[in-house]
Design a protein. Structure first.
Length: 168
């Protein structure tokens, strides 16, 4: 009888182990972010910091969490929308708040249009979105700090290199 009970325990153990699936861990990556570098309009080969830069998604009330707020930067890495073909940002140079907490920096609005391509990575990772046909425009006003935009790569399949140059 002891052997029968022991055999049942072994059988249950083997049944449990055999029914387990391999743990899926996603190591293949995520949807790539867009890389923007800022350059001097006078010398288009020289990187130039934007003073106390703030980046806010158009229609949002919080800053983009991939950019350190109100710092001097010449490069940012920002997400594009995965459920829309356009993403807009408020890029604010010399960002500061007045006594009422309202933004008093120089606000320029930039929009990026693109086509989205779903790419199945694995069962663990699921789908990511890559982007192609990237183009960008900025709204002109009487006090633009952004002077020009140049698209370096129309496809965004990784975040390893610059996709967009902004001149100021």
């Amino acid at each position: 009888m002891k052997n029968f009970g022991f055999s049942i325990l072994i059988f249950l153990y083997l049944l449990t182990v055999a029914s387990c699936e391999k743990d899926d861990i996603c190591v293949e990556g995520n949807t790539p972010l867009m890389v923007i570098e800022f350059f001097d309009i006078s010398n288009r080969d020289d990187l130039k910091n934007v003073t106390t830069l703030r980046v806010v998604g158009e229609g949002q009330t919080v800053t983009v969490n991939t950019v350190t707020d109100r710092t001097n930067l010449n490069k940012i890495i920002i997400p594009l929308k995965t459920a829309a073909d356009t993403t807009g940002f408020l890029l604010i140079a010399n960002s500061a708040s007045n006594d009422d907490g309202l933004e008093i920096g120089n606000i320029d609005t930039v929009s990026f249009n693109y086509a989205r391509l779903e790419d199945f990575k694995s069962r663990a990772c699921g789908f990511i979105i890559n982007y192609e046909e990237l183009n960008g425009v900025f709204q002109t006003d009487t006090d633009n700090w952004i002077q020009d935009i140049e698209i370096m790569r129309t496809e965004i399949i990784n975040s390893d290199s610059t996709h967009v140059k902004i001149f100021h």
